[in-house]
Design a protein around this ligand. Structure first.
Ligand code: C2O
Ligand code: CU
Length: 517
């Protein structure tokens, strides 16, 4: 890849973390202050918003086998209609985008057998899963296409003797020894996660348990997962993405102007552009996931509920909060989940309520619409106390590790000045230990740790921010910020990754290894 001298110099000159925020406003390739990314525009006319009904991804039926639920999924390409009347080829789990939803019960083992009929290798990661290393979807643990097609260049460029490469199909085993939460599964292939997810390789994986089911939260048709993802479309209807190698087999990375991240001009929810959902004038539970490669959102309702109720957060990445938290708006970085209850009861029947994105403008300023259709009985409630959470205290930590997420002089995204290397352990926590990890950023970097959930101790010199509550697995690091999180490494030894979940940054090596010993 030919380096961009101007940008490289610029970063070199202003590389200090303190200067980065000020630079964001003036550097032309930093397209907006909402995220570190560059807008990719669609090349065909975009539909009117709020016309397409919201789709709910189908829930996959397991084959029970003793204490195990078994699933089969086939990764394949398919032609679907995303924009009305426009055929678009996707890569999907079972040919769908989003993929089908898996619902696991806490304590019941879930085994998913994935078959790869795509023209490229894949890796499946269960994001938020407390998963043994062998099934966590380590980026070089490739699942090659059936028939054993070309494994791609990266096998050679990342020599990894520990990689487990299989052909055709692989079983991923999840013990599900974790609390109820909204997880998601997505492609995690070394160097090609961004384009893989952009083409459609993402789906929900929910975990339920008795603690959560005992609560009177909205359920059934009033509990809805919302996968928000931005995309751009080419003139021929295909998903537009600035990959250097559209076969996604050989050269990784994106065209230079997009190296800071790809943002699209179409907002999809569950795979439909700016959809509309008919609702009763009652409470709904929405499990909101930002599955975008780079885009951040600040969601809000317009008009806000007349009775002053707001977006009530009941859960985070790692499941229920102790107590609900009300927000006027919520900022969501890539890969974060917010479990929300919205009460439509104070709106008049007939009211259209728009889910806005205050960080967007034009087509990206709105996300979807709720159309209040009728009065209905509501037996749900939001309890004052939702759950109990062990609070980890700094005194419990045996060490503090520091990780600096920034771009280097060679214009690569790095952690502590180094690109990803599967043979190097950047941290070796001992099983059972509590540790503090301190992250520092130059630009926006949503940082995700595999295996564990963590609690946020502080943001800069302040307490955790309004969106940091509960057990998290992804933390929204904003420009020139420092955030401390605390976690305990439990149950599973072995090699895992942590990385920036801006998928373009991740594909350009902003990833590290930790080995639980
Ligand atoms: Cu959602 Cu390592 O990924
Ligand atoms: Cu990043």
């Amino acid at each position: 890849m030919k380096p961009q001298l101007s940008r490289r110099r610029m970063l070199g000159l202003v590389g200090g973390v303190g200067a980065a925020a000020a630079v964001g406003a003036t550097v032309p390739w930093l397209a907006s202050s909402a995220e570190t990314g560059r807008l990719l525009r669609s090349e065909l006319p975009l539909p009117e918003p709020f016309r397409v009904p919201l789709r709910i991804p189908p829930v996959l039926t397991p084959t029970p086998d003793g204490a195990t639920d078994r699933y089969d999924m086939t990764q394949r390409s398919a032609t679907v209609e995303i924009l009305p009347g426009v055929p678009t080829e996707i890569w999907g789990y079972d040919g769908q985008f989003p993929g089908p939803t898996i619902v696991s019960r806490g304590g019941r083992r879930t085994v998913v057998r994935h078959r790869n009929l795509l023209p490229a290798p894949t890796v499946v990661h269960l994001h938020g899963g407390h998963t043994p290393a062998a099934s966590d979807g380590y980026p070089t643990d490739l699942l090659l296409p059936e028939g054993g097609a070309d494994a791609g260049h990266h096998v050679a460029s990342y020599p990894d003797p520990r990689a487990s490469v299989v052909v055709g199909s692989r079983e991923y085993e999840y013990p599900v020894l974790q609390r109820a939460a909204t997880l998601w599964y997505h492609d995690h292939r070394m160097d090609f996660t961004g384009p893989g997810v952009w083409r459609g390789l993402a789906g929900f994986h929910l975990i339920r348990d008795a603690e959560e089911e005992a609560l009177p939260l909205p359920a059934g048709e009033r509990e809805i997962p919302l996968m928000i993802a931005d995309r751009a479309f080419a003139a021929d209807g295909s998903l537009r993405y600035p990959a250097l190698d559209p076969s996604l087999l050989h050269q990784h990375g994106v065209e230079t102007p997009y190296r800071q991240g790809v943002v699209g001009d179409v907002i999809l929810v569950n795979g439909s552009p700016w959809p509309v959902l008919d609702v009763d004038a009652v409470r709904y539970r929405f499990r909101v996931l930002n599955a975008s490669n780079t885009r951040r959102y600040r969601i809000a309702l317009d008009p806000p509920p007349p009775d002053g109720s707001r977006l009530v957060q009941i859960g985070s990445d790692g499941g229920l909060l102790e107590r609900p938290i009300s927000h006027d708006s919520i900022e969501i970085a890539p890969a974060e989940r917010f479990d929300l209850v919205v009460d439509f009861s104070s709106y008049p029947v007939g009211q259209a309520v728009t889910l806005f994105n205050r960080l967007g403008s034009g087509t990206t300023g709105h996300i979807m619409r709720f159309q209040v259709r009728r009065q209905a009985h509501d037996g749900s409630a939001i309890p004052e106390r939702l759950s109990t959470m062990e609070v980890l205290r700094p005194e419990q930590a045996v060490t503090t590790r520091r990780f600096v997420f920034r771009s280097n002089l060679e214009h690569e995204w790095q952690i502590n000045g180094r690109p990803f290397d599967p043979s190097r352990a950047d941290a070796t926590p001992r099983l059972g230990d509590v540790e503090i990890w301190r992250f520092t950023s130059d630009f926006h970097h949503p940082v995700h740790i595999h295996l564990v959930h963590f609690q946020v101790l502080r943001r800069g010199i302040e307490d955790p921010g309004p969106y940091d509550a509960g057990w998290k697995d992804t933390i929204d690091l904003r420009p020139a910020e420092q955030v401390e999180v605390i976690t305990r490494f439990t149950d599973h030894k072995g090699r895992f990754v942590f990385h920036c979940h801006n998928l373009e940054h991740e594909d350009m090596a902003m990833m590290g290894n930790f080995e639980v010993v």
